[in-house]
Design a protein around this ligand. Structure first.
Ligand code: U2F
Length: 566
């Protein structure tokens, strides 16, 4: 059946259930952004007239909101607790619905069981085949619940899962046996999914799929109003919970800031002003999203104290014409050295409060400075007072951008036809005597004759192959060339001949299970190929190796899609 893009969101609200504060927050957001979603759908529809639009049956099971997982989020919605995940789930629901798919939504294990066909009271009964959904969007909590309640069929159907995972899961942590043997075991990882089944809030690692969320878009009238009403010396502090204001040395830089600007906050409080918030700060209390947007439209500066990491608010601030000022982390924070990231299935190094803002957006919208250096901090404030910036929002965070990306994933990403999790046809040197050649930019891609090319998306024609510097990851090697690492292409390039074409000398070549391979150790002329496809990793790096990297091009403002992807 064809998916027809929808022209209303109100029936979605009826599918969502009631009661929880989190659901109320999400529904309010959906109502507020309804016309933005619908307009975006019309625009996208006109752009992709010729692409396939198969309607999918989709189950959305939001595990972190279930009572069975403790639901610690709902009671904190009105108290300054995390809202980023709710923002994202509301937007995922909107996008799936507007794209015309058939949805079932659950926030309880009981409903989950009924949708999966498990009779009540028979917790671990294997599900009756076939699974009545093409796709299941869930999170780590939800996945755990499904594993418990689906019995054996969980393994069979896990290729249909899409796991919304804020900070991401790197391949080394995802592969159960490898993670256990090599110290990558965490609270979350080791599910042996295809790493692209994990979908992140920001494009953290190309090993996962970038899901994202959306931000309010300004029309021309609103842009003009923003230009007219900006208060040059007004700053809003990022942090809706008093604890976020506890940063060491905060008094010093707040007083510097106060010399130049009027400081506003949106910190939750019950009866009294929280002691962490200095008296000269005008605290509005936690605001409804819409009112926060209005405040940001007036403010010139949105300033972060280092926590929360990587939330939606800085993007909203810049979209409303603020400059975002944030602390640089030196050394970077990661699961190896910071409590917040400990136990998360990634070793990503977080170089500032919000690396996406720092690297994908940057100056003049985002300034990242060392807050311990008062001179640098003060210089940044002065520069902001002088600067003139327009509201800015990358395409990938607009409703159209999110619809485009999710549409492409739903129509093209396919993890069930891969042997799961056993290997794709991996060829060491044995296939190279009768190769067929494909010319990909500067390299010859070799694939043994009579072996079908595995189905991949994005199309392999967007590929360029490079050798990284020693110690460098493929993520960085590609990024330096204004390209993105594309893990789906590793399967094509896992070949000694390609390493040699790029200048590696291979006195020996071994095929090994490691998230660092394919790679070469240049000094000892040892080449290594990958034996386990689930371990192909853009993020892996080690000082000993130059990595063989599959890069691809991308659309400006939409890093998830190659230039010819739709
Ligand atoms: C992030 O979670 P947070 O909820 O702390 O992220 P924020 O960037 O602070 O904001 C989330 C939303 O809260 C809204 C604002 C944002 O869309 O419009 N809001 C509001 O409605 N009223 C206010 O007064 C202030 C903000 C991240 F998203 C999570 O994934 C992480 O777990 C968490 C910790 O790093 O940070």
């Amino acid at each position: 059946k064809q998916a027809a893009f929808r022209t209303e969101l109100s029936s979605l609200l009826d599918l969502m259930g009631t009661g929880k504060e989190s659901l109320i927050f999400m529904k309010k957001r959906l109502r507020r952004l309804e016309s933005q979603w619908l307009q975006a759908a019309r625009r996208l529809e006109n752009k992709i007239l010729d692409t396939p639009k198969e309607q999918k049956l989709i189950l959305v099971h939001i595990g972190f909101l279930t009572e069975e997982s403790g639901d610690v989020f709902s009671p904190r919605v009105l108290k300054g607790g995390p809202l980023g995940e709710m923002v994202q789930w509301a937007d995922i629901l909107a996008a799936l619905y507007v794209l015309g798919h058939s949805l079932k939504i659950t926030v309880s294990v009981k409903e989950l069981q009924s949708y999966l066909g498990v009779p009540p009271g028979r917790g671990n009964c294997p599900l009756t085949d076939p699974l009545p959904f093409d796709l299941i969007f869930t999170d780590y909590h939800g996945m755990q619940q499904m594993k418990q309640h689906m019995g054996l069929s969980f393994r069979k159907y896990r290729c249909r899962l899409r796991v919304v995972d804020t900070f991401g899961t790197e391949p080394a942590y995802n592969h159960e046996e490898y993670a256990t043997l090599h110290g990558y075991r965490t609270n979350w990882g080791y599910w042996n999914l295809h790493p692209k089944q994990f979908m992140t809030m920001f494009p953290h690692t190309p090993d996962n799929s970038f899901m994202g969320f959306v931000t309010d878009e300004l029309n021309n009238t609103e842009r003009q109003q923003v230009a007219q009403n900006k208060v040059r010396n007004m700053a809003v502090v990022y942090g809706k919970e008093a604890a976020m204001w506890k940063l060491q040395g905060k008094e010093k830089f707040l007083s510097v800031l106060h010399k130049y600007m009027e400081i506003h906050g949106t910190v939750y409080f019950e009866t009294q002003r929280p002691p962490e918030v200095p008296a000269f700060v005008k605290n509005h209390g936690l605001l409804p999203q819409q009112d926060l947007q209005q405040l940001l439209k007036k403010a010139k500066l949105f300033i972060g104290f280092g926590f929360p990491y990587e939330g939606p608010a800085p993007l909203e601030a810049v979209a409303n014409g603020c400059v975002f000022l944030q602390p640089l982390f030196n050394p970077p924070h990661s699961s190896l050295n910071h409590e917040f990231f400990r136990g998360k299935p990634t070793s990503r190094e977080v170089s500032s409060q919000h690396p996406y803002m720092e690297m994908a957006i940057g100056k003049p919208y985002v300034l990242t400075v060392d807050y311990n250096n008062t001179r640098e901090f003060e210089a940044a404030i002065k520069a902001i007072l002088r600067s003139k910036v327009e509201p800015y929002l990358p395409y990938e965070y607009t409703s159209e951008g999110m619809l485009q990306r999710l549409h492409a994933y739903i129509q093209h990403q396919e993890f069930c036809s891969l042997p799961f999790p056993s290997p794709y046809p991996i060829n060491g040197s044995q296939g190279l005597h009768t190769p067929s050649m494909l010319l990909i930019n500067h390299t010859h891609l070799v694939w043994p004759q009579n072996t079908p090319l595995p189905h991949v998306w994005p199309p392999v024609t967007s590929m360029q192959v490079w050798l990284s510097e020693e110690g460098e990851s493929c993520t960085n090697a590609c990024w330096e060339r204004n390209l993105v690492c594309e893990p789906s292409f590793f399967v094509f390039i896992n070949q000694q001949r390609l390493l040699e074409q790029l200048g590696a000398l291979c006195d020996s070549t071994e095929s090994v299970m490691s998230h660092l391979y394919p790679a070469v150790s240049l000094s000892v002329r040892e080449c290594y190929l990958q034996r386990e496809p689930l371990l192909f990793s853009c993020s892996g790096h080690s000082n000993k190796f130059s990595r063989l990297c599959p890069c691809r091009d991308y659309q400006p403002g939409q890093v998830a899609l190659c230039r010819e992807c739709s």
